[in-house]
Design a protein around this ligand. Structure first.
Ligand code: CAA
Length: 698
């Protein structure tokens, strides 16, 4: 038996305690240990029952994800589950914390399940690009019926103990030490001679319209295949006897294991955990944070204030004038009433958050005692400098002065204060109380504990925080500008914005770039083009047709017209014929003969532009690791999670192929498609971006 399982005897009950911190993942040593421990219990004279418990904070969080993609090691999890279930002893699982994936499958292999009130269960494998592969798709429908099983497995959601009891996933909830309550429950079962209760012997679930269900779930998955594939495995539970159903589940599981989506989703799982784990912040204490100042009560400022209030901070918001302050207060109340409606906060909390926790003021002096201020005023360097000079004069020593600028030079902003060490960028994404991404932008002089505090704030606000360096657009908007340009070039050359949007949503993006532009407001891009015009390289191709639309006062969704035409009360828009006319006129003026692009060609160019700029961002140290870029795109730009992020996508394609494509595009436009030297370096060394991630972790 391995040291991962502690075996103890309590009268006629053998207790198997899983000891594999932090979350008792079912690595090979745990699997071997459990199989050996069941053998031992069966051979242990007088033992009538086995109780399985987990040490530490969870029963079992599932299979060990880090083993996926490596050669399988015996015993595999399905065999272990069958072994446990087949035991002639009565097997009980006492669950606390989480029982997820293989963890719930082990529990379902037991004959009875008892759980702590605060515990959660679930089969989240679809989020890793897989399906429950240790009998979950065969046992759960037998236990709770086919409709419920489809819902639980295809959403992969976590289920609270009370609901799990109602659904029939667990048999009992009892508060106390899991081993103590588990032993009492097992004793009570033995006392009444409760029989073994193998789920595999229960009748298979009723048939449903499998093809329709498969199609509906596939559509809902927006290109993600694992939930729909899980439906086919559940179908096997209905149509085949248990052992054959297990074989079918295994086949489907192994099929998914080989997919790029599985690789992408597992990269995303580890990436979102690694992203805030910065080597330079090890052992650095963040500064204390209780109160947050926000300057500017527009959509962004009000969103930041809302996020801070919901996370329990005291908030002081500054506006210029009384009317603007009132409007900011209304915006925040509106945001919070959304949270109230969705049951995230109670009426009492709402009242407290909009009154005692929030102060809206027109006087900067109200910021004298806050721990951190985020400035969210107009994007203009001279305005920002004035704000920072005031903050420098008013804020207490040690207070952190943060700017929410999207592209301005934070070093220059910091230089306008006497405390550049306390200055940092905290780049939120709108709406700030909803969007998950926070770029923590570290300027040349930012102190380490200020960076650590930026990450601590991000965590408190429930954000995924990414470290970025100072440059125009930081990580996200800089890369966005490049792939948008690639799309703009394709439009000039003959692809329509509508084909591009469709090709990219089919690829898995939440929205295409032109629908996004309409949502963000076309005036933003217009202003940026004007701002950048003086320093523009003569070879740079910039479309001007869209400026004509802006000149007519059409800025996208907010004015009802942009790339699309929006009708009040209708979701989404329809293509704007004026755009097609304007593009044709520009093509004629430039002497361009439009060419056709396939959807695959569109995706390829768009992605190559993203990867190439990502590589430059890495070269310049704006992003420390490829995974930082991946998480930025995933959490802030609607990048399909199942591709793992652009740099993971590039690894999956193979960097030599990506470089070859870029070189091919460079034949048409050598200025835009200059391959990043890092790409060539990595290829020369036979490495990829994952290699860089690993190196950074050691
Ligand atoms: N395998 C390997 N490592 C795991 C793991 C798993 N199943 N689950 C968590 N971990 C690791 C995390 O990577 C993290 O490691 P670091 O500290 O080195 O970063 C550590 O355990 C703690 O995890 P979190 O930081 O996520 O802690 P948390 O308290 O916020 O969340 C959790 C805990 C809810 C268990 C969350 O980690 C989680 O959702 N884990 C994944 C659960 C899952 O998807 N299980 C299904 C696995 S697939 C399966 O079981 C297939 C099958 O059917 C055969």
């Amino acid at each position: 038996m391995t040291d991962k399982i502690a075996y103890t005897r309590h009268d006629d009950i053998a207790v198997l305690r899983i000891q594999n911190p932090p979350v008792n993942a079912l690595g090979v040593a745990v699997r071997r240990g459990l199989a050996d421990a069941v053998d031992r219990a069966e051979a242990d004279a007088g033992v009538r029952a086995v109780l399985i418990v987990g040490d530490g904070r969870a029963f079992i969080a599932g299979a060990d994800i880090s083993e996926f993609g490596k050669p399988p090691m015996s015993p595999n999890l399905p065999d272990l589950c069958n072994r446990i279930e087949a035991s002639p002893l009565v097997v009980v699982a006492s669950m606390h914390g989480v029982s997820l994936g293989g963890g719930l499958e082990v529990a379902m292999a037991a004959h009875y399940r008892i759980a702590q009130p605060g515990s959660r269960v679930g089969l989240p494998e679809v989020h890793l690009g897989l399906l429950p592969g240790a009998g979950g798709t065969q046992r759960l429908p037998r236990l709770i019926g086919v409709e419920n099983a489809i819902e639980v497995i295809t959403t992969g959601r976590h289920i609270q103990a009370a609901e799990a009891l109602e659904l029939g996933i667990i048999d009992k909830i009892e508060e106390g030490d899991p081993e103590t309550v588990g032993l009492a429950y097992t004793k009570s079962l033995l006392a009444k001679d409760a029989p073994r209760r193998p789920i595999s012997e229960m009748p298979g679930p009723d048939p449903i319209d499998w093809d329709a269900t498969y199609a509906a779930i596939l559509k809902k998955g927006r290109g993600q295949i694992s939930p729909a594939t899980a439906v086919r495995a559940i179908q096997a539970a209905s149509e085949l006897e248990f052992s054959k159903g297990m074989t079918r589940e295994r086949e489907l599981f192994m099929e998914l294991m080989k997919t790029d989506q599985r690789k992408g989703l597992i990269h995303a799982f580890f990436g979102e955990r690694a992203v805030s784990n910065l080597p330079e912040l090890k052992g650095v204490e963040p500064r204390p944070l209780q109160s947050i100042g926000v300057i500017g009560g527009g959509t962004m400022g009000a969103g930041i204030a809302t996020a801070a209030l919901l996370a329990g901070f005291k908030v002081v918001l500054i506006e210029m004038k009384k009317e603007a302050a009132d409007a900011a207060q209304d915006r925040i109340s509106g945001n919070l009433s959304g949270a109230l409606k969705r049951g995230k906060i109670t009426q009492t909390q709402f009242d407290a958050l909009t009154t005692t926790a929030l102060e809206v003021s027109v006087n900067y002096d109200s910021l004298s005692d806050v721990d951190l201020v985020v400035e969210a005023v107009f994007e203009d360097m001279s305005v920002k400098k004035q704000v920072f000079a005031k903050l420098d004069a008013i804020c207490k020593p040690g207070a952190i002065l943060a700017t929410n600028t999207s592209y301005l030079d934070i070093n220059e902003i910091a230089a306008s204060t006497t405390r550049p060490k306390d200055v940092i960028g905290l780049h939120f994404f709108s709406p700030a109380h909803v969007m998950k991404l926070l770029e923590v932008v570290v300027a040349d002089q930012t102190a380490l504990d200020v960076t650590a505090t930026g990450f601590a704030l991000g965590k408190a606000l429930g954000k995924t925080s990414v470290r970025a360096g100072v440059c125009d657009g930081f990580i996200g908007n800089r890369i966005l500008a490049t792939y948008r340009t690639a799309a703009d070039h394709m439009v000039l050359d003959g692809a329509s914005p509508y084909q591009i949007d469709k090709a990219l949503t089919d690829f898995g993006f939440a929205m295409g770039p032109y629908a996004v532009a309409d949502l963000a407001g076309l005036d933003i891009g217009w202003a940026t083009r004007k701002r950048k015009a003086p320093e523009r390289h003569p070879d740079e191709r910039v479309p001007t047709y869209i400026d004509r639309l802006c000149e007519q006062g059409h800025f996208g969704q907010k004015t009802g017209q942009g790339y699309y035409i929006y009708e009040k009360g209708k979701r989404g828009g329809v293509p704007n014929p004026e755009i097609t006319r304007l593009i044709e006129a520009e093509q004629q003026a430039l002497g361009i003969t439009p060419q056709s692009f396939t959807d695959a060609q569109i995706v390829r160019r768009y992605m190559c532009a993203m990867v190439n700029e990502g590589a430059r961002v890495l070269e310049e140290g704006i992003a420390a690791r490829p995974l930082d870029i991946d998480m930025t795109l995933l959490f802030g730009y609607g990048f399909p999670r199942y591709w793992g992020g652009p740099m993971k996508w590039a690894d999956i394609q193979g960097l030599p192929q990506v470089l070859a494509d870029i070189e091919e595009y460079a034949c048409e436009d050598a200025w835009f498609w200059r391959p990043a030297p890092l790409l060539r370096d990595l290829i020369a060394k036979g490495q990829d971006f994952e290699h860089m991630n690993k190196e950074a972790a050691t």
